[in-house]
Design a protein around this ligand. Structure first.
Ligand code: CP
Ligand code: NVA
Length: 306
């Protein structure tokens, strides 16, 4: 596989390969053991939206692997003045060994990957956030020891993170239940394909408007912001629509007693999650954020290191 655009493009075995490689890379980093698998390789990183974790973890990750990165704000390159994606892809491919992009329409990443001769990594689109979900699966495995047969619930907006979680959870045979307000369900075409695979393998995918049903006995309670980047004009409407979808003590009391709480961050305490939950004993959000670094190193090693 040349690119990393969605988790649906990868098999269960390939996802486990990333996770296993990330375990090794995390150990090497912790033990101060050099692991210069991408010595002198260069990653271009195009950002059309803001980022803290994705930008810093990719930048630091490639440095730890012996390579270098270029941060390209789309406003500062000709892409922001109308140069085509196809031309940008073909030009960058002459200079760098891989391209990471964070943008709006998912089709833009697909187009970039089509024209680029080097690997393209999706650093978030309006529809998908696959690097995040590999880190989430890694974190769940660290805490729970396995992925199969666990129940993950996602409460809130059926957004990019929810879509990728559906794909990731189903691929590794976890049960997943997504609870959103009416009209904010995950992408129909994602739900359709994941339900089909879940049915074949005997796992559960439930899309509901009932947060209590979703959280019941869940091993993992996950949420994300109610208003994603690019949706700022809908913020006040969303505050009203989502008010019954907050992760709080009451809701978490229905989860399994040993549940963990995940949030991809950035978070809005008091909106999608209360501060006592996000900063409480079940929350593993900073390990989750750290793990972005280790899994993305595994992804870059697999794609760019050949
Ligand atoms: N979770 C995540 O992708 O964070 P950033 O927007 O800070 O990159
Ligand atoms: N759903 C959020 C995720 C941020 C990492 C957004 O797209 O803004």
């Amino acid at each position: 596989m040349k690119d990393f655009l969605t988790l649906w493009d990868y098999s269960k075995e390939e996802i486990y390969c990333f996770l296993d490689e990330a375990v090794k890379l995390k150990q090497m980093q912790e033990q101060g053991e050099p692991h210069l698998y991408l010595k002198d390789k260069i990653l271009a990183m195009i950002f059309e939206k803001a980022s803290t974790r994705t930008r810093v973890s990719f930048e630091v990750g490639i440095m730890q692997l012996g390579g270098k990165s270029l941060f390209l704000n789309s406003k500062d390159i000709q892409l922001g003045r109308g140069e085509t994606i196809a031309d940008t892809a073909r030009v960058l491919s002459r200079y760098v060994d891989g391209i990471m992009i964070r943008t709006f329409a998912h089709a833009k990443v697909e187009e970039l990957a089509y024209w680029a001769s080097v690997p393209v990594i999706n650093g978030l689109t309006d529809d998908h956030h696959p690097c995040q979900v590999i880190a989430d699966l890694f974190t769940i495995k660290e805490y729970k020891g396995e992925l199969k047969n666990l129940k993950l619930c996602f409460i809130g907006d059926g957004n990019n993170v929810a879509n990728s979680l559906l794909e990731g959870a189903v691929k590794v045979e976890m049960d997943i239940c997504v609870a959103t307000p009416k009209g904010y369900e995950p992408k129909g075409e994602v739900v359709e394909v994941v339900k089909k695979l879940a049915c074949q393998q005997g796992t559960k995918v439930i899309i509901t408007n009932d947060p209590l049903a979703a959280v019941k006995d869940a091993d993992i309670v996950y949420t994300d912001v109610w208003t994603s980047m690019g949706q700022e004009s809908e913020n006040s409407k969303r505050q009203v629509c989502f008010k019954d979808y907050q992760i709080n003590q009451e809701l978490c009391s229905y989860a399994d007693k040993d549940h963990i709480v995940l949030h991809c961050l950035p978070a809005h305490r008091g909106e999608e999650v209360t501060a006592d939950i996000l900063d409480g004993p079940h929350s593993v959000i900073f390990d989750q954020a750290e793990n972005r670094l280790h899994v993305q190193k595994a992804i870059m090693k697999a794609l760019i290191g050949r």
